[in-house]
Design a protein around this ligand. Structure first.
Ligand SMILES: Nc1ncnc2c1ncn2[C@@H]1O[C@H](COP(=O)(O)OP(=O)(O)O)[C@@H](O)[C@H]1O
Length: 331
């Protein structure tokens, strides 16, 4: 089969995989793809390092296979064990342990902004799976082109890959002696929520909410400084109050002069892809809200407007004070 045909077929396989099953042919095609990748990598390594590199190749080839297919129970069992060992041993709610919180909410709602601020305030790591994915993409490793294809179509990557990335990040946190976390962008499927529940206690899940027209405008207005990584937003959102809803005004968050010429836009922040991400959120991530609602852990928070007002009200809702006025520059 020609490479282009395999690629095209695998794309279809991935779409199928978000439904209820994966056809034999798509599994077959992803296996070809993995084999192709492993054999192209093999030629890059000399025989004396073959033991280590072939283990690496097998792991990567297995990962590539699972980008395009739904993860099997065995795969998920393996990654949930890895996730479990990357978390501190004592997960019980003992007095004084750091918070283990989750942020839910549609693309563009501001999970990153408020999670980053709370992480600074509470002294726990802010772990955004979207950032882990973008980091993997920028590393230009063997997974990156296939991940890019999925992310740039607004789809979710497999539970197995995302849990693998998350485990590595938690391992780093553990090595640095960090405890607690604020997760942003994880869990995004009920399966991910079940796996997380199986390995640790989540104390609180904050569900940020904003009207859909504001979400799309916010995603399209997002800018990142390619040098310092600062997050800005050029959109000025002013939605008239109607049907009992108050007016919503969110001023732009403009970059300082030194960042102005270095702004970039995320490749998945186009109107078409944002709409698809919203559709995927409603289909696969909305049920995660219900998962935590049933467990009495969900705090619903309607964003009232711009960052200063929303931050103040969020702190009130969480019964927290920002005495030191610690801030992140995130937007
Ligand atoms: N938990 C996850 N499960 C599957 N895919 C994920 C997950 N987190 C991030 N991704 C992938 O990374 C992309 C970017 O994530 P993120 O920055 O959190 O986006 P958003 O702005 O849509 O909330 C997602 O569209 C998805 O492809």
């Amino acid at each position: 089969m020609a490479n282009a045909a395999v690629d095209a077929f695998c794309t279809n396989g991935e779409v199928l995989a978000t439904g209820f099953g994966v056809s034999v042919s798509s599994t077959f095609c992803t296996a070809i793809k993995a084999t192709r990748l492993a054999s192209s990598q093999r030629s890059l390594f000399s025989p004396d390092i073959s033991n280590h590199s072939s283990r690496l190749m097998c792991r990567r080839a297995a990962s590539v296979r699972n980008i395009c297919t739904k993860s099997t129970e065995a795969d998920l069992h393996r990654v949930s064990s890895a996730l479990s060992s990357s978390l501190p041993v004592n997960n019980s709610k003992e007095k004084g342990r750091n918070v283990q919180w989750v942020f839910l909410g549609c693309p563009g709602v501001g999970k990153g902004t408020y999670a980053a601020r709370l992480s600074t305030l509470l002294g726990v790591p802010h772990i955004a799976t979207g950032d882990l994915v973008r980091h993997e993409l920028s590393s230009r490793g063997p997974l990156s082109s296939q991940l890019a294809e999925i992310v740039n179509r607004g789809k979710l990557i497999s539970d197995e890959i995302i849990i693998d990335l998350l485990s590595k990040r938690l391992e780093e946190a553990q090595a640095k002696g960090e405890t607690g976390f604020i997760l942003d962008g994880f869990p995004r499927t009920v399966r991910q929520a079940e796996i997380l529940e199986g390995v640790t206690d989540i104390d609180l899940v904050i569900n940020l909410k904003l009207r859909e027209e504001a979400l799309i405008a916010k995603c399209l207005g997002r800018r990142i400084c390619s040098e310092c990584g600062g997050n800005y937003n050029v959109a000025c959102i002013d939605i008239k109050g109607e049907d009992g809803n108050p007016r919503m005004y969110m001023p732009p968050l403009l970059p300082p002069p030194q960042c102005e010429s270095k702004l970039i836009t995320r490749s998945d922040d186009t109107e078409e892809v944002v709409k698809e991400r919203l559709r995927v959120y409603n289909e696969l991530s909305r049920p995660v809200e219900e998962f935590y609602r049933l467990r009495g852990k969900l705090l619903e928070f309607d964003l009232p407007g711009g960052i200063p007002e929303s931050w103040r009200k969020l702190l009130q809702a969480l019964n927290l004070d920002d005495h030191d006025n610690k801030r992140t520059a995130a937007a």
